[in-house]
Design a protein around this ligand. Structure first.
Ligand SMILES: Nc1ncnc2c1ncn2[C@@H]1O[C@H](COP(=O)(O)OP(=O)(O)O)[C@@H](O)[C@H]1O
Ligand SMILES: [Mg+2]
Length: 413
């Protein structure tokens, strides 16, 4: 039997590892001492050049399946550990066959929940951990991934600007479907609740969970999941004069870490109400779509903003059924260009046009929010040119900078 190493990218250093020995017996000098969670299989961290790998010794078919699944999740841009490869055909020195190995890149700065809890967590930190897990589960479900083994042990946490981000680490039981039924989602949530309650009771028995009740904490994940799911998928109705509310909804979703695809916007028969239903998409989607529709080549956040405006333009002019490119052309000539052209020549070096447009939209939103009704774009341009643009330093005229995240004003808790 020959050793067979399959990897996503060439990694010849892998040949130097002691594949002929069971993972449990690998010598200290190849191992990396990093915190590791509870597992069914033998898992070890190994140094490989400047990187650290996680190696899991596991049955060959399961290794292949999990490898393929992690690659799919990666393609879907879901936060999960990054697969590196699988190793088959292992054999001990005496010829005994050994299990296959699944290789993933160690997720830098990640912590298993036990490591987090052993640092005596404040109660609100525990809540934020659960929030992160609920968000991960929502993202997985939106992509049609049924996890089948949701648990704290199968999740890694990473500190993210004061909060936590959760990553999937164990995809062994997962199934990818075009989309999930309510029953499938409920099943995953049941599993989550049972597993997490058990894990927290375990921590409590070890003296690591001083405040809080395991049942309540686990139930709060499910609750949080439902409100996130609702926020992301529920349709909403607005009067046509309240387009700024559409913006507000998008901001809330962005604040939750979601990018919103073209909103599916429909108007009533009499055209008095707008209904929106957000769809969640992968990175780079907006700039590709905008480029295809208008030829404008801008950063992702700018593109998202511009497309949102294009979509609400289509809704306001009651043209959602029309050819997308025609509507886009109209929007370009009737909305976008007039705005970018309105900037006086002596100010055009301050900001690139797409950024000016973006800022004018922001400005209009603030004005509308203050006024409580839509402010015409012409008023917003004039006010912006008069009050905001002259104060911009010349240095900011860097082409290609992406827009920064705007603070969310209308926070709802
Ligand atoms: N790529 C990785 N980065 C960081 N930690 C990892 C990685 N892969 C595995 N681990 C650690 O190993 C533990 C067990 O991995 P897991 O895939 O859940 O194994 P099992 O299938 O045996 O349950 C995880 O809880 C995690 O702490
Ligand atoms: Mg596991």
């Amino acid at each position: 039997m020959a050793l067979q190493i399959t990897t996503a990218r060439p990694t010849p250093e892998l040949l130097d590892l002691p594949w002929r020995r069971p993972l449990e017996e690998w010598p200290e000098e190849v191992l990396a001492a990093l915190p590791r969670g509870i597992s069914r299989h033998v898992v070890r961290f190994v140094r490989l050049g400047r990187r650290v790998l996680a190696i899991k010794e596991i049955n060959a078919e399961i290794a292949d399946r999990e490898y393929a699944m992690l690659r799919n999740l990666r393609r879907l841009h879901v936060p999960a550990v990054q697969p590196l490869g699988v190793v088959h055909g292992r054999e001990a020195a005496d010829g005994t066959p050994l299990d296959a190995c699944l290789l993933t890149l160690h997720l830098e700065f990640s912590l298993p929940y036990r490591a987090l809890f052993s640092q005596s967590l404040r109660p609100d930190t525990a809540v934020r951990l659960m929030d992160a897990l609920a968000l991960l589960l929502v993202r997985l479900h939106l992509e049609g991934f049924w996890w089948g083994d949701v648990s704290l042990s199968n999740t890694l946490f990473r500190r993210d600007a004061g909060a936590f981000a959760a990553y999937l680490v164990d995809a062994e039981t997962g199934e990818l479907h075009p989309s999930l039924s309510d029953g499938q989602r409920a099943h995953d949530l049941d599993l989550a609740q049972v597993n997490i309650t058990g894990e927290l009771m375990d921590l409590q028995a070890g003296g690591f969970l001083e405040n809080g009740d395991p049942f309540e904490i686990a139930a709060s994940i499910v609750e949080r999941y439902h409100s996130l799911w609702e926020e992301l998928t529920a349709p909403e109705r607005f009067g046509v004069g309240d387009r700024w509310r559409v913006d507000e909804r998008i901001r809330r979703l962005n604040d939750l870490g979601f990018d919103v695809d073209e909103l599916s916007i429909t108007t009533d028969v009499d055209g008095t109400h707008i209904q929106i239903q957000p769809k969640v998409v992968d990175a780079g989607h907006h700039s590709r779509r905008l480029l295809r529709l208008t030829g404008l080549d801008v950063g992702e956040n700018q593109a998202r903003r511009l497309l949102n405006d294009l979509d609400s333009f289509a809704a306001a002019t009651d043209r959602q059924g029309d050819d997308e490119e025609l509507v886009a052309h109209d929007w370009l000539t009737k909305v976008y260009e007039p705005v970018t052209r309105a900037v006086p020549r002596n100010l055009t070096t301050r900001l690139e046009p797409a950024e000016v447009f973006h800022e004018v939209l922001e400005h209009r939103w603030y004005m509308s929010e203050r006024a409580g009704h839509d402010v015409p774009i012409e008023d917003a341009i004039q006010d912006y040119i008069r009050t905001v643009l002259p104060a911009k330093p010349e240095e900011e005229s860097v082409v290609g900078v992406d827009t920064i995240e705007m603070p969310v004003i209308a926070k709802h808790d």
